[in-house]
Ligand binder design. Sequence first.
Ligand code: DON
Length: 562
Amino acid sequence: MRYLYLATLLLFISCKKEEVTIKKQGIVTENAMVVTARAEASEIGLSILKQGGNAFDAMVATELALAVAFPFAGNIGGGGFMVYRTKDGDVGTLDYREKAPLTAHRDMYLDRLGNVIPYKSSMGGTSVGVPGTIAGVFATHEKFGSLPMETLLKPVIALAKKGVVVTQNQANNLANSREKICEVSGENTLFSKEYKAGDTIKHIAFGETLQKIQKNGRDEFYKGETAKKIIAFLQQNGSSITLEDLEKYEAKWREAIVFNYKDLSIISMSPPSSGGICLGQILKMIEPYDIAGFGHNSEKTIQIITEAERRAYADRSFYLGDPDFVDVPTERLLENSFLEERMSSFSFEKATKSEEVTHGTIQITSESNETTHYSIVDSFGNAVSATTTLNGAYGSKLYSEEIGMFFNNEMDDFSTKPGEPNVYGLIGAEANSIAPEKRMLSSMTPTIIEKDNKLWMVLGTPGGSTIITSVLQTILNVYEFDMSMQEAVDAPRFHHQWLPDEIIFEPDSFSPDLIQKLENKGFNISQKNTPIIGSITAILVLKDGNYEAGADRRRDNKGVGF
Ligand code: DON
């Protein structure tokens, strides 16, 4: 068994003998790997793989372990997306995104004058969408699982009861959200207390809820005693979600978005996530340019990527929404001729102004901030890439002490009013307007990549609107700029999303000279401290068949394997 630890330095002698490139690698393992936002969740996923479980069994345990180890985003009160590739090369996705309740309507977050009511879609009971996570893990288990659900839940319940030690990052997250959690949920909940690094949080109520789910199955959450408690609690807190909403909730298997970038085949999430289409549009728009020749984070590379992002996010805003409600012109959006036309106004001389960019024109025949990602490869060759979220940090900040769960504030991902930005500054249009049982548009981009028809990379990240651009840069860093997985994940990132018309650079990571040159060409640059530009968890299949983890330096991410 080969097992090299993080920060192992490998010396690579390049063609020119005098040049020595030092690559920083993540851990490398031979058989299987799990990379998540927290060591405890990675270890639980790994323990399932070691018991002979497959990547889908590990998905169930890992997803739920994150609700304990990383309640900032891990959840049973939110939802997510999973992209998979089986050992036989079959690919697909599971959509366990939250839904708008049956009582929801287009203008539910507007006052009589048509203005957005502050915080109604982002805090407390009114912001909660019908949760999908429990449906998601049960659907995964039913279709692909090999070990009994009881076995998968056992280590999670044990972790909940034993408790999780608070890391410095987590202490900071809790401190930042504490006031709002107290405002929404009161002073007396588990998460209203003050915690410092090193403290242990025991999730007793959550453990008991999971035990009931272990005993009674999926229905416990959607129809049973827990369902009734959830509804009573939500309604007390201003939500209009009913038992009927829970009873009707189903996770959905959907076709993946699959496209090529040079000799890579990229498999990513389809609508209601914008991730796959947007990633595909951007990659295809930059494909004709020699960005490897221009260099990593060079002026020209940044220009091309930014201009492609500008056009893709403009299309996102107009065309994308829940495919069960709107016709998304997926094929046309990814067609080379359409994307060539979109980039025809690009010039290296100066920035395109976002106000001059609208969505591309497509003839349609009919009318038409918190998240976490984990990547798993098992010893059979199955791969799972899943991103799960409560939307904001601790979601709506609404925590049920009795059930031991936070509820999402995913309703804010809808376009509450066309033209009005959401918490990520994303502007939405009619395609993403609110309707009963509709799923809100997402940026989550769980992705799996094949090279030469074989598994090559598994990756994803949190980061709201920056998810797509973080995934994009990580792929390019390995493929075009020859970085190791860990280097690719750690490299400084930038982000552009059409509106606002600015490029966000990670602070203190780009040279003043480069920034000056871009400003001279008319780009607006922001280096203010954005909370994050992604936090990638990734796996790369190395040339010798081993796996390398990419666990982002920006947070507590951890890769483990055997
Ligand atoms: O689905 C989405 O796109 C957002 N709700 C994701 C939120 C997120 O990534 C927050 N993390 N920083």
